[in-house]
Structures are given as structure tokens and as C-alpha cells.
Design a binder for this molecule. Structure first.
Ligand SMILES: Nc1nc2c(c(=O)[nH]1)N[C@H]1C(S)=C(S)[C@@H](COP(=O)(O)O)O[C@H]1N2
Ligand SMILES: [Mo]
Length: 262
């Protein structure tokens, strides 16, 4: 029973995934097949009903498609927060991020605090990939950054760690329950994927504020909301049930699928 259910779900999602990956999109454009009428959300709602185990099995270890320079048609279209206003962020921005530090802590052997120039002097990877936002647009851009796997190895991930949480500077509006800071998370497979980078460069220049300066994460096989901007802390955890609303991310706490794979 279980096996055949898994197979039919596999087929169902397989069609969706193939449809997505064969889309001929250039530069920034609309995901026409998803429509602008909320059908993208329906697609997500369907993904929501799949278990993590099945989605993880389907995702495998494939690389996200990479593109040629000529396929970059315009700058990365900013979305969500574009200019964080927290005092801490404004102070760092005013000094061109020289005092910025990326903290890596939680379930690690050696907690790290890294400046931007330290990050820029580590091994780097540059990749031209397509960003897909669930709001119905895509954009091809060139990202440069430090492989997250390298950073994790520097910190030494403890065996009890299961997820990597990315904490961001931007607050998307306080509510009765306190501030709503943007955060995201992924499993260690996505975190160690060769295309997962802590990016400080976009299209050959320093990452602009609108796109997450000074550092944002690229997890290339995941949807736009899984690409956190303005990251200041990477925390290794065994569970994210006590963070934010407990669903593993700002948008996940508001109903989006946690896996968010493409
Ligand atoms: N910190 C932070 N990260 C974020 C967001 C945000 O509002 N705050 N928005 C997400 C969404 S929905 C998308 S589509 C992308 C947009 O990235 P871009 O502005 O570089 O295009 O960032 C994601 N990461
Ligand atoms: Mo998005």
C-alpha cells in the first residue's frame, strides 16, 4: 500500500518537476504556466501534502541548471525586504559593512565569527542560476559566495545537528507576539549541496542592499523564499520547533511548504 502510494505521488510530482525544469525562460519573466491568479499557491499547496521524506527522495543530489552570461537579461529583481531598517543593520550599512560579522553557532564544535573579508578570502564558487519566486516571476543571475559546506566544515557540525537555520536582520512587521524577523532553514543535504553558497557577490559586483547585502544564502534547488537575504547568523539545530512559529521559516510559519523544492 505504502509503496504504491509513494509511486503515484512520485509520478505526480515528477510531472510538476519536469514541467518546471523544461520551461524556456529568459532573464526575468513570468511563470506563465503558473498564472498570476494564485495557481502558484495551489502548486505549493499540493507540495505541502507531500512528506519531507518523499520530497527529499525526489530531489536527489542533482545540480540546479546553470546558464550562460548571455542569459542574464537584467539585474536581479528585488522582492520582499529591500532596505532593512533595524538600527543594527543601519549602523553596519553606514560603515559599508566593515564591522559585519557572520556568526556560525549552535550544534558546532567551533563557533565562528567571520568578517566579510575573511569570507571573501575563502574558497569561492560562482554560478549563474534561475531564481523562481512563487509570486510568479523568475530571474537569471550570477551569484558568487563561499560554499556553505566549507563553512560547516570549519565550524565542525555535531552529530546531533539536523537543520541549518539562517537568521536575518530584517523585521517584516511586529505583532502582538513580538518582532517578525525573517528566518529560513534547510536540511544538511541542501546545506552541503555544492551549489549552496553564502553569497556576497551578484552579477560580478558586491551584493546590493536590495538583494541582501552583505550576505545572503543561495539554495539553488529551492524556491525564492528559501533564499534568505541579510543573513547574520547561521545556527545548527536538531529541531526548529522553538524558533519563530515553529515551522522553520518566516513564510513557512505563514503556510508555505518547508521543503520548497523546485
Ligand atoms: N531576509 C529576507 N530574505 C528574503 C526575503 C525577505 O523578505 N527577507 N524574501 C524572499 C523572497 S519571497 C524572494 S523571492 C527572494 C527575493 O530575492 P531578491 O530580492 O534578491 O530577488 O528573497 C527571499 N529572501
Ligand atoms: Mo518570493
Amino acid at each position: 500500500m505504502r509503496h504504491s502510494l509513494e509511486l503515484s505521488r512520485r509520478r505526480l510530482l515528477g510531472v510538476g518537476a519536469a514541467g518546471l525544469s523544461t520551461l524556456a525562460l529568459s532573464g526575468c519573466g513570468n511563470l506563465d504556466f503558473l498564472g498570476n491568479d494564485g495557481s502558484a499557491r495551489n502548486f505549493l499547496a499540493r507540495a505541502n501534502s507531500l512528506t519531507y521524506r518523499i520530497q527529499r527522495a525526489l530531489a536527489g543530489n542533482a545540480l540546479a541548471p546553470e546558464y550562460a552570461e548571455t542569459e542574464i537579461r537584467q539585474g536581479q529583481r528585488p522582492n520582499g525586504s529591500r532596505d532593512p531598517s533595524s538600527p543594527e543593520y543601519l549602523t553596519l550599512k553606514a560603515a559599508d559593512f566593515v564591522d559585519y560579522r557572520l556568526t556560525i553557532d549552535g550544534l558546532v564544535d567551533r563557533p565562528l565569527s567571520l568578517s566579510l573579508s575573511q569570507l571573501q578570502n575563502m574558497p569561492s564558487r560562482t554560478q549563474i542560476t534561475r531564481h523562481d519566486c512563487v509570486e510568479g516571476w523568475s530571474c537569471i543571475a550570477k551569484w558568487t559566495g563561499t560554499p556553505l559546506a566549507f563553512l560547516l566544515d570549519q565550524a565542525g557540525v555535531q552529530p546531533s545537528a539536523r537543520f541549518v537555520v539562517f537568521h536575518c536582520f530584517d523585521d517584516l512587521g511586529s505583532s502582538r507576539s513580538g518582532p517578525s524577523l525573517y528566518y529560513e532553514s534547510c536540511d544538511l543535504i541542501d546545506a552541503r549541496h555544492p551549489q549552496t553558497i553564502a553569497a556576497y557577490g551578484l552579477n560580478g559586483r558586491a551584493l546590493p542592499v536590495a538583494n541582501g547585502a552583505p550576505l545572503r544564502i543561495r539554495v539553488e534547488r529551492a524556491l525564492g523564499y528559501k533564499q534568505p537575504k541579510y543573513v547574520h547568523r547561521i545556527e545548527l539545530v536538531s529541531s526548529f520547533s522553538k524558533l519563530g512559529g515553529g515551522k522553520g521559516g518566516y513564510w513557512e510559519d505563514r503556510g508555505y511548504d518547508w521543503f520548497g523544492g523546485i
